[in-house]
Design a protein around this ligand. Structure first.
Ligand code: ACO
Ligand code: OAA
Length: 371
């Protein structure tokens, strides 16, 4: 038995949810470039969960179900208020809160297909409210109840700020949600599948996935990109900053990818949005810095930007606090996790690979007084 470090190139399951072939990303066979320009996030949720784009009435039904299930239990809101609020990262709060939600869902451990679908709706609907409620509580503000007359994207921005977003903001945020929704067997999705393949419940699957997404080599990278842009501060500082990092063999967040070689197809859409929004909000330096970083890292290391690189300046331009960037990734990716969890349940087998043992050979137990 020989281990493959990081399971690189290992095909661990079949899936009909999304694919990456020759650097092209598709959801159920629809090119992400097509969906990014044309689809609403609600349509993408339906597509991932049902394997087909919805009809008008199917979409209306899903939209209604999501809106009706967006409120979170008062117990969860009160729990947030007990956290050491200035020390807690919102991804930790979200991971804990999704686990807690499961305790207040009477169907949490009911494993029928119908019950799992009802839970899928509830989880997808409530995650945005968890993020915005936590964000407001830590600012000492009242939480804002979800509205049933806004799109999924607009409702999130409304619950966060208390203001209805402009059409441009809503469009940009919707596109970001569409672009982050699913990505084949990325680390958090694999985590979710491993968890539920033991026939554990859907809340456990999503909670596990949140734990994996939080890390800076995965979803946590978007916050780190913003930290880097803030540290750099101006276009003139880019070159010395990046050169020093590369000379020290440090990773530049938002670059590189395990699967893409030529580049992440999502990045160009986010780049375009970054240019538009940074200009619109009078902060073009964030786009200009990003372009310069991109030139240097791609030029010197042949590493193209991934989805996390330009999303940082997009979210910053939307006025979103930097430590909410990864929770926002989760708001979208929950749809993909759930699609994979449902797919796993429908054709389950325990996921249990092997390890190549590289520790000491056979040893004899030594009594403690003789060690
Ligand atoms: C949503 C997402 O999860 S997208 C990814 C988000 N993560 C990031 O942006 C973090 C920065 N990027 C990385 O750490 C990596 O590129 C990953 C984790 C995305 C992919 O990792 P892997 O496929 O395991 O590649 P690995 O980390 O082994 O890197 C291979 C080589 O490229 C280098 N490299 C990879 N990414 C970077 C980077 N961002 N900056 C500088 N060098 C890099 C490594 O140092 C390594 O060089 P070496 O062979 O000389 O040691
Ligand atoms: O697929 C991956 O390894 C990471 C990624 O880009 C994602 O999850 O969107």
């Amino acid at each position: 038995m020989t281990a493959t470090k990081g399971l690189e190139g290992v095909v661990a399951t079949t899936s009909s949810v999304s694919s990456i072939i020759d650097d092209t990303l598709t959801y159920v066979g629809y090119d992400i470039d097509d969906l990014a320009v044309n689809a609403t996030f609600e349509e993408v949720i339906y597509l991932l969960w049902h394997g087909a784009l919805p009809t008008k009435s199917q979409l209306e039904e899903l939209t209604k179900q999501l809106a009706e299930n967006a409120e979170i239990p008062a117990e969860v809101v009160n729990h947030f208020k007990t956290y050491p609020i200035d020390k807690v990262h919102p991804m930790g709060a979200l991971r804990t809160a999704v686990s807690l939600l499961g305790l207040y869902d009477e169907e949490a451990d009911v494993m029928s297909e119908d019950a799992n679908y009802r839970k899928a709706i509830r989880i997808q609907a409530k995650i945005p409210t968890l993020v915005t409620t936590f964000a407001r509580i830590r600012q000492g503000k009242e939480s804002i109840a979800p509205r049933t007359d806004l799109s999924f994207a607009a409702n999130f921005l409304y619950m966060l700020s208390g203001n209805e977003p402009t059409a441009i903001e809503e469009e940009a945020f919707n596109k970001a949600l569409v672009l982050h929704a699913d990505h084949e067997l990325n680390a958090s999705t694999f985590t979710a599948r491993v968890c539920v393949a033991t026939l554990s419940d859907i809340y456990s699957g999503v909670t596990s996935a949140l734990g994996a997404l939080k890390g800076p080599l995965h979803g946590g990278a978007n916050e780190q990109v913003m930290k880097m842009l803030t540290e750099i501060g101006s276009v003139e500082n880019v070159e010395p900053y990046i050169n020093e990092k590369l000379a020290n063999k440090e990773k530049i967040m938002g670059f590189g990818h395990r699967v893409y070689r030529k580049g992440d197809p999502r990045a160009k859409h986010l780049k375009e949005m970054s240019q538009k929004l940074t200009e619109l909000t009078g902060q073009p330096q964030y786009y200009d810095m990003s372009i310069k970083i991109n030139d240097i890292v791609t030029g010197q290391k042949n590493l193209p930007p991934n989805v996390d690189f330009y999303s940082a300046s997009v979210y910053h331009s939307l006025g979103i606090e930097h430590d909410l960037f990864t929770p926002i990734f989760a708001v979208s990716r929950a749809s993909g996790w759930i699609a994979h969890i449902l797919e796993q349940y429908s054709n389950n087998r325990l996921i249990r690979p092997r390890a190549e043992y590289v520790g000491p050979g056979m040893q004899k137990y030594v009594p403690i007084e003789k060690r």
